[in-house]
Design a protein around this ligand. Structure first.
Ligand code: ZN
Length: 106
Protein backbone atom coordinates (compact mmCIF):
# COMPACT_ATOMS: atom_id res chain seq x y z
CA UNK A 1 0.00 0.00 0.00
CA UNK A 2 1.50 3.31 -1.14
CA UNK A 3 1.69 6.20 1.29
CA UNK A 4 0.16 9.58 0.54
CA UNK A 5 3.71 10.93 0.30
CA UNK A 6 4.68 8.41 -2.41
CA UNK A 7 1.52 9.14 -4.38
CA UNK A 8 2.14 12.88 -4.31
CA UNK A 9 5.77 12.50 -5.28
CA UNK A 10 4.83 10.33 -8.27
CA UNK A 11 2.02 12.70 -9.27
CA UNK A 12 4.55 15.51 -9.24
CA UNK A 13 6.90 13.49 -11.50
CA UNK A 14 4.10 12.83 -13.99
CA UNK A 15 3.24 16.52 -13.99
CA UNK A 16 6.88 17.47 -14.69
CA UNK A 17 7.24 14.85 -17.45
CA UNK A 18 4.14 16.19 -19.20
CA UNK A 19 5.55 19.71 -19.27
CA UNK A 20 3.79 21.05 -16.16
CA UNK A 21 0.26 21.47 -17.57
CA UNK A 22 -2.19 23.49 -15.51
CA UNK A 23 -5.45 22.26 -13.99
CA UNK A 24 -4.75 18.55 -14.19
CA UNK A 25 -3.57 17.92 -10.65
CA UNK A 26 -6.45 15.59 -9.78
CA UNK A 27 -5.84 13.53 -12.89
CA UNK A 28 -2.12 13.22 -12.08
CA UNK A 29 -2.87 12.30 -8.49
CA UNK A 30 -5.09 9.41 -9.52
CA UNK A 31 -2.84 8.26 -12.31
CA UNK A 32 -0.11 8.04 -9.70
CA UNK A 33 -2.38 5.91 -7.50
CA UNK A 34 -3.07 3.64 -10.45
CA UNK A 35 0.64 3.35 -11.22
CA UNK A 36 1.24 2.35 -7.62
CA UNK A 37 -1.10 -0.60 -8.02
CA UNK A 38 -4.62 0.63 -7.39
CA UNK A 39 -7.23 -0.64 -9.80
CA UNK A 40 -9.64 2.18 -10.56
CA UNK A 41 -11.32 2.56 -13.97
CA UNK A 42 -10.32 5.99 -15.25
CA UNK A 43 -13.80 7.41 -16.02
CA UNK A 44 -15.14 6.28 -12.63
CA UNK A 45 -12.25 7.77 -10.73
CA UNK A 46 -12.47 11.09 -12.51
CA UNK A 47 -16.18 11.36 -11.84
CA UNK A 48 -15.73 10.49 -8.20
CA UNK A 49 -13.70 13.64 -7.70
CA UNK A 50 -15.75 16.20 -9.55
CA UNK A 51 -17.06 19.05 -7.42
CA UNK A 52 -20.14 18.02 -5.35
CA UNK A 53 -22.62 19.88 -7.55
CA UNK A 54 -21.53 17.84 -10.55
CA UNK A 55 -21.25 14.67 -8.55
CA UNK A 56 -24.95 14.81 -7.74
CA UNK A 57 -26.00 15.42 -11.31
CA UNK A 58 -27.05 12.47 -13.45
CA UNK A 59 -24.25 11.44 -15.73
CA UNK A 60 -25.22 10.48 -19.21
CA UNK A 61 -23.09 9.23 -22.05
CA UNK A 62 -25.94 9.57 -24.52
CA UNK A 63 -24.81 11.44 -27.61
CA UNK A 64 -26.03 12.19 -31.09
CA UNK A 65 -24.54 10.11 -33.89
CA UNK A 66 -24.43 12.17 -37.08
CA UNK A 67 -24.29 9.06 -39.23
CA UNK A 68 -27.14 7.09 -37.62
CA UNK A 69 -29.03 10.36 -37.06
CA UNK A 70 -30.12 9.30 -33.62
CA UNK A 71 -28.93 9.37 -30.01
CA UNK A 72 -26.97 6.42 -28.76
CA UNK A 73 -24.91 5.47 -25.72
CA UNK A 74 -21.25 6.20 -26.44
CA UNK A 75 -19.24 3.02 -26.59
CA UNK A 76 -16.19 2.92 -24.27
CA UNK A 77 -16.70 6.51 -23.10
CA UNK A 78 -13.52 8.22 -21.94
CA UNK A 79 -13.73 11.31 -19.83
CA UNK A 80 -11.58 13.97 -21.40
CA UNK A 81 -10.95 17.67 -21.02
CA UNK A 82 -11.57 20.06 -23.88
CA UNK A 83 -9.23 22.96 -24.66
CA UNK A 84 -11.65 25.35 -22.94
CA UNK A 85 -11.36 23.35 -19.72
CA UNK A 86 -14.76 21.66 -19.85
CA UNK A 87 -15.04 17.93 -19.44
CA UNK A 88 -16.54 15.71 -22.12
CA UNK A 89 -17.06 12.08 -22.88
CA UNK A 90 -15.42 10.84 -26.03
CA UNK A 91 -15.97 7.50 -27.71
CA UNK A 92 -17.55 5.76 -30.65
CA UNK A 93 -21.06 4.97 -31.87
CA UNK A 94 -21.85 1.35 -30.87
CA UNK A 95 -23.57 0.75 -34.21
CA UNK A 96 -21.51 2.46 -36.93
CA UNK A 97 -18.28 3.35 -35.09
CA UNK A 98 -18.49 7.07 -35.86
CA UNK A 99 -16.67 9.16 -33.28
CA UNK A 100 -19.00 10.81 -30.77
CA UNK A 101 -18.62 13.13 -27.86
CA UNK A 102 -20.78 14.73 -25.28
CA UNK A 103 -20.05 17.63 -22.96
CA UNK A 104 -20.18 16.57 -19.36
CA UNK A 105 -22.54 18.92 -17.59
CA UNK A 106 -24.68 19.20 -14.50
ZN1 ZN B 1 -23.84 5.63 -35.56
Amino acid sequence: MATEEEIKRLAYEIWEKEGRPGGRDVEHYFRARQMLGEKIPTPVLELAFLPPVLELAPVTTLAYCVKCRTKREIQNPQLTRLSNGRRAFRGACPVCGTRMFRIYKA
